[in-house]
Design a protein around this ligand. Structure first.
Ligand code: ADP
Ligand code: MG
Length: 320
């Protein structure tokens, strides 16, 4: 017998994620009640994953749960915000309890790791779709916006862009690799890491910031347009992983790093006075300088303009 909607919510979603003192009323009523901290702005974002568009039907359910929350936390990271609460709008084609169990475990694990609480949502039937809304906090003056880059600022990216796109290409059989490297790249697609700690450290240092979801080149184009500037990047400086270099020798690795999406790394700019502090940040999310902001609009790599209206980013309504 399939679970009813209320049993389903009760079983899998009532206690998902962290417990927080600022949630006097969570899942179960018509709306949640929360207590925002005084003196800070709320940072709010929503992102939806649709089966067949953003994930494959046979992706591990725990990875789908993880990714749906991770891509939203990444948006908060890119604002320099501290995450607090989230809502889950879930559309299910069927009620598959083992699938839901694993989905909830993947989402709940990441939520607990970052101290965020699921405070409500919606459950409907239809094509499998996972929509998450996150809420976080940031003092308004410290929010990392897209529009603050100025000529002369250095451009940085965290992590090793291109890995997730290569992992997806491997998954889809468009590329083949020896098993070890393939696993590492695929993991970057299935289990993206929201760079929340880095976002917090960039408060007061970065002049502009965006997370890389549609491809480094295209997302840098968005940041530049918002700031009214252009960018020069140097392909030799792109921080490519060993796994990506082994898979794609020569310039194809850099092309994946520029065009590939789904990295969820932070791409940001910093004025010269902040560069030493930025470059002292280490760990897996350590930022690497890849270029410089200039006055001339457009994004150029090794002096060559990246083509297309949206740079090289993925566009749902464009040619792709
Ligand atoms: P309503 O009819 O008032 O919209 P619902 O029946 O949709 O309420 O949901 C009942 C409660 O369960 C609400 O508190 C809602 O926020 C929560 N809820 C529904 N679906 C989910 C979900 N997928 N994840 C978390 N909470 C959910
Ligand atoms: Mg209601």
């Amino acid at each position: 017998v399939a679970l009813g909607e209320f049993q389903l919510i009760d079983r899998f979603f009532r206690d998902l994620g962290a417990r927080r003192d600022d949630v006097p009323l969570g899942v179960g009523d018509d709306a949640a009640l929360v207590r925002p901290p005084s003196g800070q702005s709320l940072a709010i974002a929503v992102d939806t994953l649709v089966e067949g568009v953003h994930f494959l039907p046979d992706d591990p359910p725990d990875s789908i749960g993880h990714r749906a929350l991770a891509v939203n936390l990444s948006d908060l990271a890119a604002m320099g915000a501290e995450p607090a609460w989230f809502l889950l709008a879930l559309t299910l084609a069927t009620v598959d309890e083992p699938w839901l169990q694993r989905f909830a475990a993947g989402m709940g694990g990441l939520a607990k790791a970052h101290g965020v609480a699921l405070i409500g949502g919606d459950t409907t039937s239809g094509r499998l779709t996972v929509s998450v809304t996150v809420v976080g906090f940031v003092p308004q003056a410290l929010a990392l916006r897209r529009d603050g880059a100025r000529p002369g600022d250095a451009i940085y990216v965290s992590g090793t862009p291109g890995d997730a796109a290569a992992g997806l290409a491997l998954r889809q059989g468009r590329l083949t690799a020896p098993p070890a490297g393939a696993d590492r790249l695929l993991a970057r697609f299935l289990w993206p890491t929201p760079r929340l700690e880095l976002g917090l450290r960039l408060r007061g240092l970065a002049s502009a910031c965006i997370d890389v979801s549609d491809g480094l080149g295209g997302d840098l184009g968005k940041l530049c347009r918002a700031s009214g500037v252009g960018a020069e990047i140097d392909s030799a400086r792109l921080p490519l992983s060993d796994a990506l270099r082994e898979l794609l020798p020569g310039p194809r690795a850099a092309a994946f790093a520029l065009r590939g999406g789904d990295d969820y790394e932070l791409l940001f700019t910093a004025p010269p006075a902040a560069c030493a502090a930025v470059e002292s940040i280490d760990g897996a999310a350590a930022p690497r300088r890849i270029g410089t902001i200039v006055a001339t609009p457009g994004v150029r790599c090794d002096g060559v303009a990246l083509q297309g209206d949206s740079g090289h980013g993925f566009d749902h309504f464009g040619a792709g």
